[in-house]
Write a new protein. Structure first.
Lengths: 458, 243
């Protein structure tokens, strides 16, 4: 209490807060008023008719005014006080934090088992497929792009192109030639890596915005070719009935086959087995990506990537071949994108150019940056938070009971996704995981703050 | 005709004011806290904001196309031969005139006024500009306001020309605008005009002589090719590498 009394400004400043709140209200009226207040609808004669919805606007403006007042009057002073009173941050970490990686890995391995034992096979499909597999695909993509953006410091806004190359490689080669997934997985990785080098060559000299825009353009070119080269890719209609993955031909997941998993293991037919198998497959692929990245960071090539990110000029003057360094980063990042793509095609059984729009690239870059560039755990957390979060929004059908049957929570999914991106960046510009573990060190290994790590010029 | 021109002008001014206010707010909320932070943070924030804006419009105005009745319909016949006429519509003339006027206006603002000088100073060295008494925050806010006002004019002209608008219509022009700015050289106003003209011409001629399906591929490929040989864009200043 005594600390409170000694502060120069005692108590909240209501007058200033009220002024601020009114100003915020006026701005909110300007920003939201016209777009929400008026809505145009087509009538029977295809004419636009204006509807008024000022009720919603008043509610929004009221929320903004009250929120701003509370923030200014109570929350901001409280934050200042807390900052002033905060002691030195405690250095000992909790058991959970120290063993986060082990616990996380154990959870990932046991996840389908937990879900199946809780909900049974039929009910588990949604949780294993929409949450488990979906998140792990993005974790893998995030880790693959992390090589390019996080380690080598080259901003790639067209990463989804390699994902598309992998997906179409599997889709086309398996439906036309009947090759198996296990042959096409490495092949689509190699094809994607080849495209990575094809993109890498022209952009070697570009940096910053220029690199970003050319990679973005590359992603769009691949997508547009997929849409327009109808003879091969079937255009926007996409390729459907892509064969399922099997376990090296010994066990399959088609009910009609004599080697169907249900017949071999004497289980009732269910599509849940395939989903659980896919879950472990993508988990293995993602962990393989992580393993390769962790090992590469200790090799000269990985050190060269990070040196390139820190300072390209110094890198060159020390005799590192920046051309090869950049190309290998693009190729390896692309290869993992290709793996993820072929898995995606096998999982969906259907690919179309719709799945490879720029937004996907933006989401993957966002996951890498939100996680804290270069931090593998951070990328995984970001993928789980962003993708899992938007998937959960699909499940909020109970809100229909609150807002009436017309209310559709699904339409707010991307809106909230975008808001989350902005909020997380403003709150933690360095991403979720703020420390890095260097691979080269003197005497002892210490984590360093992420703010000491450069982000590269590319 | 006069009433249509007046209506267009009013719509343009109102939309400029509204988008300016929005852009100012967005700058305060999403970009200013990240100033001086690392380079990718504002980029991610900007991508997030673009997702928010288009989805906000989708939620508020519905996902369907909004057709408006044609406002300007007259055309001038330039020449006619064998029954084929070369025409120039009033809409096209309006777009060209508005673009030319705005280009002249903004060239004047950037080159001749104190605000423009402050903007160029911030572009070159933000810290030095602040030391010399330039209000960096205010300059950047005003730049965002100007950018949004220009985008509002472009949006109004787009609706006037094509007659249909949709919540997701902003994305492709946004990417093309970025492409045009990079192609012309970032930081150069004539470069932006040149870049925009080139992108438009490449697309039109490609659709005319080759295939309309691949017009975007052609535009993006030309961008990549130009940047490989001129990494600074056509009129951009070469970047000096400081050690």
């Amino acid at each position: 209490m005594s600390a409170e009394m000694e502060r120069p400004v005692a108590g909240p400043n209501y007058a200033a807060a009220a002024r601020d709140a009114v100003l915020a209200g006026v701005i909110a009226l300007g920003v939201f008023g016209p777009l929400i207040g008026f809505k145009t609808e087509q009538n029977m004669n295809n004419q636009l008719v204006v509807e008024n919805r000022w009720g919603i606007v008043i509610v929004i403006v009221a929320i903004v005014v009250i929120g701003r007042f509370l923030l200014k009057a109570f929350v901001f002073p409280a934050l200042v006080t807390r900052k002033a009173n905060a002691g030195p941050a405690s250095t000992d970490e909790s058991f959970f934090k120290r063993n986060f990686k082990t616990i996380g890995l154990a959870f990932l391995l046991l996840y389908p088992v937990i879900i199946v034992s809780m909900l049974g096979y039929q009910q588990s499909i949604k949780w294993v497929d929409n949450f488990g597999i979906q998140i792990l695909i993005y974790v893998m993509l995030g880790w693959g792009l992390n090589i390019v953006v996080g380690l080598a410091g080259l901003l790639d806004l067209g990463y989804v192109a390699f994902y598309a190359v992998g997906a179409y490689s599997y889709a086309l080669l398996s439906s036309h030639f009947g090759f198996s997934f296990w042959l096409l997985l490495p092949l689509s990785g190699i094809l994607a890596a080849m495209w990575g080098v094809i993109l890498g060559f022209p952009v070697l000299r570009l940096r910053g915005d220029y690199l970003a825009i050319v990679t973005l353009a590359f992603g769009e070119i691949i997508r547009l070719v997929l849409i327009n080269w109808r003879e091969v890719t079937n255009g926007s209609a996409g390729i459907s009935s892509i064969p399922k993955v099997d376990i090296f031909g010994w066990i399959t997941f088609n009910v009609a086959d004599p080697t169907y998993i249900g017949k071999i293991l004497d289980l009732p037919p269910s599509s849940a087995y395939y989903k659980i198998f896919l879950y472990y497959l993508i988990l293995a692929l993602a962990l393989f990506t992580a393993f390769v990245t962790l090992r590469l960071r200790r090799l000269p090539i990985g050190r060269a990537w990070e040196a390139l990110r820190e300072d390209e000029v110094a890198c060159r003057s020390l005799g590192i071949n920046t051309t090869n360094t950049k190309l290998t980063a693009f190729a390896l990042g692309a290869m993992f994108g290709g793996f993820a793509g072929s898995f995606f095609a096998a999982r969906q059984g259907f690919v179309s150019p719709e799945s490879f729009v720029f937004l996907e690239s933006a989401v993957i870059v966002a996951i890498v940056v939100l996680g804290g560039m270069g931090s593998m755990v951070g990328v995984a957390i970001a993928a789980a938070a962003m993708i899992g979060g938007t998937e959960i929004l699909r499940e909020l059908s109970f809100l229909k009971a609150v807002f009436g049957p017309e209310f559709n929570p699904d339409q707010f999914r991307m809106l909230i996704f975008g808001l989350a991106m902005v909020t997380i960046m403003v709150w933690k510009p360095r991403g979720f995981v703020g420390n890095r573990e260097p691979t080269a060190f003197l005497h002892e290994k210490k984590s360093v703050s992420g703010s000491l790590v450069q982000e590269g010029h590319g | 005709m006069a009433s249509v021109a007046l209506a267009l002008l009013i719509v343009m001014v109102v939309s400029m004011v509204l988008t300016s206010l929005m852009s100012w707010t967005i700058e305060r909320v999403a970009y200013r806290p990240l100033r001086g932070s690392f380079r990718l943070a504002p980029l991610i924030s900007a991508i997030g904001m673009s997702i928010v804006l288009s989805n906000f419009v989708q939620v508020a105005q519905g996902p369907r196309n909004k057709p408006v009745p044609p406002m300007v319909t007259d055309t001038i016949v330039l020449m006619e031969r064998n029954g084929f006429a070369v025409t120039l519509s009033y809409k096209q003339i309006i777009i060209m005139v508005v673009t030319a006027v705005l280009l002249a206006g903004f060239w004047y603002v950037v080159q001749k006024t104190p605000l423009g000088r402050a903007q160029r100073a911030c572009e070159q060295d933000r810290k030095m500009a602040a030391l010399l008494g330039v209000n960096v925050d205010r300059t950047i806010s005003l730049t965002f306001v100007m950018g949004a006002a220009l985008a509002a004019v472009a949006g109004t002209l787009f609706l006037m020309y094509y007659g249909v608008v949709n919540f997701s219509d902003g994305f492709v022009p946004g990417v093309k605008a970025f492409t045009a700015a990079v192609l012309g050289g970032i930081g150069s106003l004539p470069g932006a005009v040149l870049g925009g003209l080139l992108i438009g011409l490449i697309e039109t001629f490609w659709s005319g002589y080759f295939s309309i399906d691949y017009k975007d591929v052609a535009a993006f490929s030309i961008l990549a090719i130009v940047l490989i040989f001129m990494p600074q864009g056509i009129l951009g200043r070469p970047e000096v590498e400081k050690v």
